[in-house]
Design a protein around this ligand. Structure first.
Ligand SMILES: Nc1nc2c(c(=O)[nH]1)N[C@H]1C(S)=C(S)[C@@H](COP(=O)(O)OP(=O)(O)OC[C@H]3O[C@@H](n4cnc5c(=O)[nH]c(N)nc54)[C@H](O)[C@@H]3O)O[C@H]1N2
Ligand SMILES: Nc1nc2c(c(=O)[nH]1)N[C@H]1C(S)=C(S)[C@@H](COP(=O)(O)OP(=O)(O)OC[C@H]3O[C@@H](n4cnc5c(=O)[nH]c(N)nc54)[C@H](O)[C@@H]3O)O[C@H]1N2
Ligand code: SF4
Ligand SMILES: [Mo]
Length: 695
């Protein structure tokens, strides 16, 4: 398209590293350094560096596919779109609008996520829409809303990290999941600050820590309560701050006092002297932060766990003050924006609530529909997938690969197969797309323009840099064409900037207010932090809000809320039959379900397949040697992968990455027990037994 370098951002994780895309003579495009973006200053991980390989991959989809006689065969766009519209219409007529389901993704741009939510509510009239972000940061979002009245993953920019005094990083492995961000923690230490890592494995991140706490998976709630107990017992509570800026301390304090350090040591396995050392490191400096990621969040008590870590910040006056605070490291490329503009079951754009009459009126007016025509809240992601084939007969899926990434994946695969009709938009034939009745090949990242909102709450412009291959259309095109065929001719533009202009109006006055942000500003500035409201007449442009809560929290009275929480067991604890704990997560060279990164040779060479990480003592008990295939068996099923033996994991725990389908699919094993508030599944702990396998 252009001959010079196009400044843009990575397609993968929420760090949204800046990069330049430069055309190469043979027609491809190459990633070159973009040093002006302050988050990564030119640095990239291997996934970002090799991302162009997916643009030109030979397995890239370039024609719609329609199932005929049991196999997917190429079809024209009109045939494919007519088929989808016809099936959705038939489902709606025969079974009602809620029999049509929609499933989105946190990797979709703001424009796509917004349009998908609008399509579900306005065109299909269904309440049954949710997205994979429910599997990602929903517990942190729920915890943040309870305590602060607002959910923005990080309430401060990453650049604040090196200048604080201490960071507790809970269940987060940025050395593998966001490598360029490790610099902020290294600089923290160079500046004399300290890093505490809480992880049942000695990860590459934990290797950098001044103190590494290794709790049993699923016990972070008890750990945080134990630390709060010590803070009270040692007289380290910031009483003036608690009185001035918070509410609910007495109940939270009473709950924490029931968690004696010795009791917490028994639950977590973390020795009392380490608990005391963590309290000292956290409380002594002027400022400190707690950052959580999927470790403590992907639990059936994730919301309470996040609440307990926030309580720790509130009791010590470490929230809503410079260089202090609680934050969640959001995961997907648009994990933040994707949760703000209406692809979530209970939500309207601007982080508005679907059950709030004023919010319904505002958004209905922007959409030009009757507020009463908008459906109410629907089911959460796992519950939606679990209802496929029963209550939900047809599904439109965009930006997720649940056959690999959903908990209890064998069960979910069966539910997907039992649908009357499945349509998938993707760039490759993912394991889920392979089960579809219609697959639509869509443009990706560098072939289209759109905005994402990074883990910092920074809205960014991802620019088109190359022309899409022949035969491929954008997700916005697809939704426009389907809306048209279903009788809604207006309101589904295909130009991303036009969508963004509408999103601005829809979000105006909401919690995530984007109304002061324009494509022009995004092109000129290195992103704009929300909230960014429209300026009053005659006033200058709103600068955006890099730091939240410095004056007040986003609650009615401006005070943060303590939540009284107590430890409880995981949904599945080990027993005689399933004596070991399984936890799951990521490796640096693969991304999510692997649909994209498993197509890149360099990444496959670095991370060729699944494995089971286990401690030498457990390996010896089994008689398993390094590389031997071992079977991991849970109440949901059985997975087999080579043993990787390491002293860097608790002896009572095994770890599997979840990036692969087939025999080594970790999610065959995982437990879909849900958090009562966030509806997050318990990806991070279930009970298993480990067996050797005849090879
Ligand atoms: N390479 C790579 N990078 C990615 C992704 C990817 O797939 N691959 N995905 C992106 C996305 S969407 C996300 S959400 C982020 C996720 O980023 P992270 O949260 O950093 O990734 P995970 O590996 O899921 O989990 C982090 C750590 O939690 C630990 N853990 C497991 N159980 C527990 C527990 O009970 N308590 C505690 N405290 N820790 C526990 C694991 O050992 C692991 O080291 O990464 C993003 N970046
Ligand atoms: N056991 C276990 N399971 C987990 C987790 C865990 O830690 N442990 N983590 C969970 C988390 S945090 C997450 S975020 C999920 C993620 O898991 P998934 O939801 O499966 O995420 P991806 O693999 O990124 O799937 C995105 C799909 O959309 C396609 N795609 C990419 N860009 C676009 C686009 O612009 N448009 C369209 N239409 N398609 C696109 C990709 O090719 C891919 O097939 O997995 C969850 N599952
Ligand atoms: S850290 Fe995340 S955003 Fe940066 S290059 Fe890697 S995958 Fe892309
Ligand atoms: Mo995620």
């Amino acid at each position: 398209m252009q001959n010079s370098a196009t400044p843009t951002h990575c397609p993968y994780c929420a760090l949204q590293c800046g990069m330049n895309l430069t055309p190469v003579p043979d027609g491809g495009v190459e990633v070159t350094e973009r040093a002006d973006f302050p988050v990564n200053r030119g640095a990239l991980c291997g996934k970002g560096r090799t991302a162009p390989a997916v643009l030109s991959s030979s397995v890239r989809l370039t024609s719609p596919l329609v199932r005929s006689g049991g196999t997917l065969v190429p079809a024209t766009w009109d045939e494919a779109l007519d088929r989808i519209a016809g099936e959705l219409l038939r489902t709606r007529t025969e079974h009602g609008p809620d029999a049509c389901g929609v499933f989105g993704g946190g990797g979709l741009t703001n424009e796509k996520a917004y349009t998908l939510g609008k399509f579900a509510r306005v065109v299909l009239g269904t309440s049954q829409i949710d997205y994979n972000g429910r599997f990602c940061m929903s517990s942190a979002a729920a915890g943040g809303i309870k305590a602060f009245g607002l959910d923005r993953g990080l309430p401060f920019p990453l650049e604040d990290i090196p200048r604080t005094g201490c960071v507790i990083l809970v269940g987060s492995n940025p050395a593998e999941t966001m490598p360029p961000s490790l610099r902020f923690f290294t600089e923290l230490k160079e500046n004399g600050g300290t890093l505490i890592v809480v992880d049942p494995r000695r990860t590459k991140t934990a290797d950098q820590a001044d103190l590494h706490l290794m709790p049993r998976p699923g016990t972070d709630l008890a750990l945080a309560l134990g630390l709060l107990h010590l803070i009270v017992a040692e007289g380290r509570v910031d009483e003036a701050y608690v009185a001035e800026r918070t509410a609910g301390w007495e109940d939270a304090r009473a709950a924490a006092m029931a968690h004696w350090p010795e009791y917490v040591e028994r639950i977590t396995g973390v020795p009392v002297p380490q608990l005391r050392e963590a309290v000292r490191m956290f409380c002594e400096p002027e400022a400190a932060m707690v950052l959580t990621a999927r470790g403590p969040e992907q639990q059936s008590k994730g919301t309470d766990t996040v609440g307990a870590w926030i309580n720790l910040c509130l009791a010590t006056g470490r929230a809503g003050r410079p260089l202090s605070g609680y934050g969640c490291l959001t995961g997907q490329g648009n994990g933040q924006g994707g949760r703000e503009h209406g692809q979530k079951a209970d939500q309207l754009p601007g982080y508005r609530k679907l059950d709030d009459p004023a919010a319904r009126r505002h958004v209905a007016e922007v959409w030009g529909v009757d507020p009463d025509s908008l459906p109410g809240p629907g089911r959460s992601a796992y519950e939606l997938l679990d209802a496929l084939g029963t209550d939900i007969k047809s599904l439109l899926l965009m930006g997720s690969n649940p056959v690999v990434s959903a908990p209890a994946a064998a069960h979910i695969e069966e539910r997907i197969k039992s649908l009357d009709f499945l349509a998938v938009c993707d760039v490759v034939l993912s394991e889920t797309a392979a089960l579809a009745d219609v697959v639509l090949p869509v443009t990706q990242w560098a072939e289209e323009t759109g905005t994402t909102t990074s883990l910092e709450g920074r809205v960014l412009l991802r620019r088109q840099a190359v022309t899409a291959p022949e035969g491929v259309r954008s997700d916005l095109d697809v939704l426009h064409e389907l809306a048209d065929r279903l009788g809604v001719e207006k309101g589904f533009p295909t130009d991303p900037e036009e969508v963004f202009e509408e999103l601005r109006r829809a979000s105006a006055g909401g919690a995530a207010d984007y109304s002061g942000i324009t494509y022009r500003r995004l092109a000129e500035e290195n992103g704009v932090f929300w909230p960014c409201p429209t300026p009053e007449a005659g006033e200058a442009e709103h600068p955006g809000t890099p730091r939240l809560f410095l004056d007040r929290f986003a609650t009615a009275d401006g005070r943060a809320r303590f939540v009284p929480v107590s430890h409880r067991a995981s949904a599945e604890e080990p027993d005689d039959e399933y004596p070991v704990l399984l936890t799951t997560g990521r490796v640096v060279a693969q991304y999510q379900s692997g649909a994209q990164t498993r197509r890149v040779d360099e990444l496959n060479a670095a991370a060729p397949g699944p494995f089971v990480e286990l401690h030498p003592r457990l390996a010896a008990r089994l008689g398993a040697a390094e590389g031997d295939p071992v079977a991991v068996v849970s109440r949901r099923g059985r997975a087999v992968a080579p043993a990787r033996i390491t002293t860097g994991i608790r002896p009572d725990t095994v770890f599997m990455p979840f990036h692969w389908p087939g025999e080594g699919r970790a999610n065959t094993l995982t437990n879909p027990a849900l958090d009562p508030t966030s509806r997050m599944p318990e990806f991070k702990t279930c009970a298993v037994r480990v067996e050797t396998v005849e090879s």
